[in-house]
Structure formats: C-alpha cells, structure tokens
Design a protein around this ligand. Structure first.
Ligand SMILES: Cc1cc2nc3c(=O)[nH]c(=O)nc-3n(C[C@H](O)[C@H](O)[C@H](O)COP(=O)(O)OP(=O)(O)OC[C@H]3O[C@@H](n4cnc5c(N)ncnc54)[C@H](O)[C@@H]3O)c2cc1C
Length: 440
C-alpha cells in the first residue's frame, strides 16, 4: 500500500484499519462487531447520526420473523441484537420470535453498546463519497465527507453495507438494478394513541376486510392514500409505528429521487393521521404525528453481481450449499413496481411460502463481488436475482450476512494477498459456528 497520498490537497488521511465497513444498518453493525470481536481494527462509517439503518433511522416498526416456525434460525450476532431489542418492548408472549415490534430508540442503544463493547470505531455523519482504486480489482482507499471535510481511509478489506451497493458500484463492480424497483415507503410514528383501544380494535392491516383502510379508500377524500398497504405495531407506550403506503418510481441511487420521496412521504404521513383520526377514532382520535423517519424506506436498489447469484429457483428448491454461512426462511416479498400492479399487494406472491422447519442456505459467494478482490458486500445488496432479493433483503438475513462478511473480512485481513473469492469456506464456517452462527 502506498504511503504518500495521491489525492487532491483537499483530502487528508483519516486513518488505516484492518476492515472498513460502509453503512451502519443491521448488516454493517453485525459486520463491524464480528470483525472487531475477532481482533480486527475496524472503522464503521455511517451517514446518519445513529446505527440500525432501516430499523432505526427508517422507523421500520417490526422485525421480520426470526424463526422457521419451529425454532430461531438467525443466530449469532443476529440473535443477540434481536433478543436485546425484544426485551425493550412489551409483548403478550415474551418468547415470541416473529414480527416483534421495534422500539427504535432502544435499538439505537443496543447497536451503540454492542459496537462499543467490541471496540469498533464508529463515525456518524460521515458519508462515503468516492472510492480510490489501486488497480482494477483492489480498492486502495475510500473518501468520505463529513464534519472533518474530506478524508481518505485505508484498510486491507472493505465491506459494502450501504444497502444500495454504493461502495462496490463506485469501485467498478457489476451491479444489477430493475428499471423500476419496488416502491419505497416512508415510515412514521403516531403518538398519543389509545394503546388499549388499538390492541382491541379491528386489525388495520389491509388483508383484514374490516380494516378501516378500506373505508378510507372508498371515501375518496384522501388522494395520497391509494392502496391498502398498512403494516403497523405498537412500538412504545401510546405510540404506533406505521409502514404504510407506497411511493413509486423512486430512483434509490439518486439524491433527486430520494428528496422527492421524502417530501411526498411527509405529506402522506399527515394524510394517514387525518384519515385515522376520522375512521378509527377510538384509537387515533387524539393522535399526533410524532415523527417521520430520517431515512426514506428503500426496498430495492442495486444488487452487486457476486461469485454466485442466488435465484428464486434456489429459494424454491430450498437449496443448501457447501459454502453456506446462514439459513433463511422468509417468504419472497416483492411489492409491485407500479400502482396498477399492487392494489396494495404484490405480484410475486405466486411463490409458495415455506412450511414449518423449512429454510434455504445462503452461500458465502453471494457476498463476494465477482469483479473485486478486497471488497465484500452484506445486507440488501447481496448477489441475487430480483425475486430472491425480495426474501433476502429483510433485517434478520442482513444481520446474518453482516456477521459472515465481517468474519470473512477479518480472516482475509490476517492473510494478506488472499482474494475474497479464495477464502477457504471451511475455515470461515468453523469460525462462524464458534461464534454462534447456524447453518447446515
Ligand atoms: C418500507 C420498508 C419496510 C420494511 N419492513 C421490514 C420489516 O417489517 N421487517 C424487517 O425485518 N425488514 C423490513 N424491511 C427490510 C429491511 O429493513 C432492510 O432491507 C434492511 O434494513 C437492509 O439492511 P442493510 O443493512 O442492508 O441496509 P440499511 O438498513 O438500509 O442500512 C444502510 C445504512 O447505510 C447508511 N448508508 C447508506 N449509504 C451510505 C453512504 N454512501 N455512506 C455512509 N453511510 C451510508 C444508511 O444511512 C443506513 O444507516 C423493510 C424495508 C423497507 C424499505
């Protein structure tokens, strides 16, 4: 690695690490914790002021299922994060593993504590801005913008956990992205809700024919509410978190697209409040709009092309792999890309859901960009086809791929000259097992 910087004079060297993780969502946190626990010097850069990604800054109100309907299958760091988060919410059944609500404030502290205890250096308000290449296959440094101005950071291995594959794409890795991605959703919290009334009222979920959302639509008086999509959970005392409504044709890789989505999302959140006050007054008559999310909810963006591309066929065959680093059982959950396709629901639901105890393996090769040697990816942007990504994108899976990428990065950093695709999967799986991960 070069000692002298060849960057412009505006860029100063921030530091040198074994592993740099870009993006502090579930994947990035698990990656950084795993690498640091194995003794690596780890930098985690996060654009917002908190860890947790969509689970905190995105206000997603619940964890997707952690079980295969029989037992917990997302283990290791995923289970630690989940259990620490679940103790912070009141549940009728404290052993519940599926669709557990998220108290975002509590979850931020869970990630702060776990990263701090592991010795990860976390930098908030730091945006990955550019990637410097040593040659076509090796990242030399990442450039960030933040309170310190422009800084260059160097590491042996880089992990892209930005959700959108920013680092890998800017380093030249081939990526796939649908011409029209799944719609975005802008999550929000309503406060001053009557919790008791809410828990005893008709479910608001669009699949319930008696949900007030159907009457809201029939009234024709709320033009921004155009579908029945309405997931919600009681996330704290008198506070209900909503994952409701769709924003179509948002380009997740463009600040113009995201800005337009945020403005429209804020208008929609206010309209949901007005509608629920009127159509569900027992629960929401005195409610207020407590918070809209710092981050727009992006379901789909770039998928980095890896050494293996996990497909819907793999999903349907419940395939296991010699290099698998975790298992997944979540259904293929793809929301239609256009208003006409959804009516609130999704066009890929023709894929069957798994039965009790069923799951598939997640190959390590999905975390290895085919075009790069010292970069790994984890989280939403791993190598998969569009349909399969609709299953792999949820938070329990992101925590699992995060831990695997962090573990692999630490092993690679300790073995200079080894390309990510040449890492011995047997050794990786051994270390993952020793650290609580579960797979076949
Ligand atoms: C509306 C919606 C509802 C969902 N509902 C659920 C649900 O109910 N349950 C569930 O389990 N999953 C749900 N998901 C899926 C899940 O939340 C995400 O797919 C998952 O959080 C992705 O994890 P990640 O770590 O890959 O990325 P993210 O959670 O998106 O985190 C990425 C992090 O990287 C940071 N970042 C991005 N770019 C940069 C950059 N250039 N520089 C620095 N930092 C950067 C971001 O600020 C963010 O903190 C939902 C998703 C959406 C959008």
């Amino acid at each position: 690695m070069k000692d002298s910087l060849h960057f412009s004079r505006a860029v100063r060297l921030g530091g040198t690490f074994d592993v740099i993780v870009a993006g502090g969502g579930p994947a990035g946190c698990a990656a950084a914790i795993a690498a640091a626990r194995l003794g690596g010097r780890v930098l985690l850069i996060e654009a917002t002021g908190m860890l947790g990604g969509m689970g905190t800054a995105g206000l997603v109100p619940a964890w997707c299922p952690f079980s295969d309907q029989e037992k917990i299958i997302y283990r290791g760091i995923a289970e630690e994060v989940f259990r620490a988060s679940a103790t912070q919410v009141t549940l009728p059944d404290p052993e519940r593993l599926d669709w557990v609500p998220i108290d975002a404030e509590a979850l931020k502290r869970v990630y702060d504590d776990l990263t701090e205890q592991a010795g990860v250096e976390v930098r908030f308000g730091v945006q990955l801005a550019a990637v410097e290449m040593r040659d076509e296959r090796h990242v030399d440094a990442v450039i960030t913008s933040g309170k310190d101005g422009l800084l260059a950071w160097r590491a042996a291995v880089y992990i892209d956990c930005t959700g959108d594959g920013d680092l890998a794409a800017w380093a030249g890795a081939e990526c796939e992205m649908a011409p029209e991605c799944q719609p975005a959703t802008y999550c929000f919290h309503l406060g001053n809700v009557d919790s008791k009334a809410y828990l005893h009222a008709e479910s608001l979920h669009g699949s319930n024919p008696a949900s007030p959302v159907h009457r809201i639509l029939e009234s024709g008086r709320f033009p921004l509410i155009v579908g029945t999509h309405m997931c919600q959970s009681l996330v704290a005392e008198n506070t209900v978190g909503f994952n409701a409504g769709h924003l179509w044709r948002i380009d997740p890789t463009s600040s113009a697209g995201i800005s337009a989505g945020l403005k429209q999302g804020r208008r929609m959140a206010a309209e949901y409040l007005r509608a629920l006050r009127e159509f569900a007054p027992e629960s929401f008559g005195d409610a207020c709009l407590a918070e809209t999310a710092p981050l727009l909810g992006i379901r789909e963006g770039r998928r980095v092309v890896g050494e293996y591309r996990f497909t819907a066929e793999d999903y349907l065959e419940r395939r296991s792999f010699e290099d698998e680093i975790g298992r997944n059982a979540y259904y293929i959950d793809v929301h239609g890309s256009r208003e006409a396709e959804t009516g609130g629901r999704n066009k890929f639901l023709k894929f069957e859901r798994y039965g009790r105890g069923e799951s598939h393996g997640i190959p390590y090769r999905c975390l290895v960009p085919r075009d790069l040697d010292n970069v790994l990816v984890a989280g939403r942007c791993i190598s998969s086809d569009r349909a399969a990504n609709g299953s792999l994108r949820v938070m329990p899976v992101c925590l699992v791929t995060g831990q695997a990428s962090g573990t692999a990065a630490r092993l690679l950093a300790a073995s200079p000259g080894t390309a990510a695709r040449d890492l011995e999967p047997r050794r990786l799986r051994e270390v993952l097992r020793e650290n609580g991960a579960w797979f076949c």
